[in-house]
Structures are given as structure tokens and as C-alpha cells.
Design a binder for this molecule. Structure first.
Ligand code: HPA
Length: 262
């Protein structure tokens, strides 16, 4: 049996899966931390690779938000850890197999646009794939990537942001492989080609999700903003700011799910 099918079967034997919404959480982001209805560590799922980065815990939780159950994937796989693009999209395949059709992808990213501030949340409107990878090599080919980041869902989120007084930025996410942070010259290049934020995740998962006809909501936490100076950027700083942004992100997503739009 194919790995995904096996994992999906393993999970379905342990819980009743009928959740529409799946969330993949980024570095240092923690939302929906209430008591979960069901929880399993990645290491207890046969066939599941382990995430190697601090801040990525590797656990699947099911939490109740309003009257919806939501699947939360805490921990993801990155190309820079040495995983293949097929490994990176495994959580998406699993969520699809469990019946999820709305995928929320969050990440920590570095701000490129000058008006961004650390602590901002950016609704991803589009992306530029500079990873050099694509999870669909071998098929399916020619998947449409217009509206990859659902206009419908973005409008819903913007409405909620206004209502609760949480300003949401919008912009284009540039996806790179990492694991180095960017040089100033790279940041100037990304700005020139229309990038607003840069990060080392998300892109491949979104491509896979679109090939599976899932509707995608992408949210970037701007943990740091690239400026023309020589102050160093550290992973700790990124994780620390991610923690602080989590609170806002939690409120935003909670309000959105509670409305029952989806
Ligand atoms: N660059 C790439 N990935 C990131 C950054 C960054 O500046 N901040 C958080 N993730």
C-alpha cells in the first residue's frame, strides 16, 4: 500500500475523521492550544518522518473551535532538512485523505516590503516559487495556480480583521529552500520581482493542495523585517516573535471558524 493510504487508514482506525478544516502550523507558531479531542505524535504514526528543527514539534491534534472540529498539524517538513518535495507535502496528502477540503497554511517569514513591521500578519495573495522544486514532478501536470490563495477566504479574513481591529497586511510570498537566511542582495532581488515576504516553507504544500482541489488560506507571520543594515538575524529571534504573533493569529482564526462561513 502507498504510504499515504497506510497512514490515513491508521488514523481513521483511531478517530472519526469528518473535519473540513486542516491547519499546518509554521515555526514557533502555536494556536488552538486548548485541550484536544484527539492527539497523536508524529513518531507514533507508522511511516511518518520526524521533523528535525526546534520549534516544530511533530504532533497532530484535533481541537474543537466553535462547533467545528479542526485538524492541527504542529510540525512540518522542510527541504532544508533534507526532505524531498514529496515528504514535504505528506501532511497535505494526509489531510486530503482524511477529508479536509480547506487548508490553512501558516508560516514565519521575513518581511521584504519596507512598510512591514515585525509582528505583522500577512495574508498571502500569491507566491513566487524559487525553491527549484515542485512536488508534482511526475504528475499531475499543468495545475492552475491562479487563485491558489483563495480570494473568497481572504475576503472573509479581511472582514474579520476589520471587525476585531486586527490589521492584516497582504502580499506575495517568496519561497526559497534555505537553510541560510537571505543576503541583502537577494532581498533587493526579491523586492524587484514583486516579493513582500520570504520564507522556507508553504509553497510546495500549496502546490500540492491545489492539485488536490483544496481551497487554501495562507497566513505569514512577519517575524523580522529585512533592512539595509548589518544586524544579524537569529532563529531564536524568529521563534520568539512567532510566539508573540501566535496570540493574534489564534484570535483571528478562531473568529473566522466560529462564523461558520466554511
Ligand atoms: N527568511 C527566510 N525565512 C524566514 C525568515 C527570513 O527572514 N524569517 C522567518 N522565516
Amino acid at each position: 500500500m502507498e504510504m499515504v493510504t497506510e497512514i490515513v487508514k491508521f488514523l481513521k482506525d483511531r478517530y472519526l475523521f469528518n473535519q473540513k478544516i486542516g491547519v499546518i502550523l509554521g515555526s514557533g507558531l502555536s494556536v488552538f492550544s486548548e485541550q484536544s479531542l484527539f492527539s497523536i505524535d508524529y513518531r507514533d504514526i507508522p511511516g511518518m518522518p520526524l521533523s528535525t528543527v526546534p520549534g516544530h514539534r511533530g504532533r497532530m491534534d484535533i481541537v474543537k473551535v466553535g462547533d467545528q472540529e479542526v485538524i492541527v498539524m504542529r510540525g512540518r517538513y522542510h527541504l532544508y532538512e533534507g526532505y524531498s518535495s514529496k515528504d514535504v507535502v505528506l501532511p497535505v496528502d494526509i489531510l486530503k485523505g482524511l477529508g479536509v477540503d480547506i487548508l490553512v497554511i501558516t508560516n514565519a517569514s521575513g518581511g521584504i516590503r519596507e512598510t512591514f513591521m515585525p509582528g505583522d500578519i500577512m495574508l498571502i495573495t500569491d507566491h513566487i516559487n524559487l525553491t527549484g522544486e515542485n512536488p508534482l514532478i511526475g504528475g499531475p501536470n499543468f495545475v492552475d495556480m491562479k487563485n491558489a490563495y483563495s480570494y473568497r477566504l481572504r475576503e472573509q479574513l479581511k472582514g474579520i480583521g476589520k471587525e476585531i481591529g486586527l490589521e492584516l497586511k497582504e502580499g506575495v510570498y517568496v519561497g526559497v529552500k534555505g537553510p541560510t537566511y537571505e543576503t541583502p542582495a537577494e532581498i533587493r532581488f526579491f523586492r524587484t520581482i514583486g516579493g513582500d515576504a520570504v520564507g522556507m516553507s508553504t509553497i510546495l504544500e500549496v502546490i500540492r493542495a491545489r492539485s488536490l482541489n483544496m481551497e487554501v488560506l495562507g497566513l505569514s507571520s512577519i517575524t523580522n523585517v529585512h533592512k539595509e543594515d548589518t544586524s544579524p538575524l537569529t532563529h531564536e529571534e524568529v521563534l520568539d516573535m512567532g510566539n508573540r504573533i501566535s496570540e493574534k493569529l489564534d484570535i483571528l482564526l478562531r473568529e473566522w471558524i466560529k462564523r461558520g462561513y466554511v
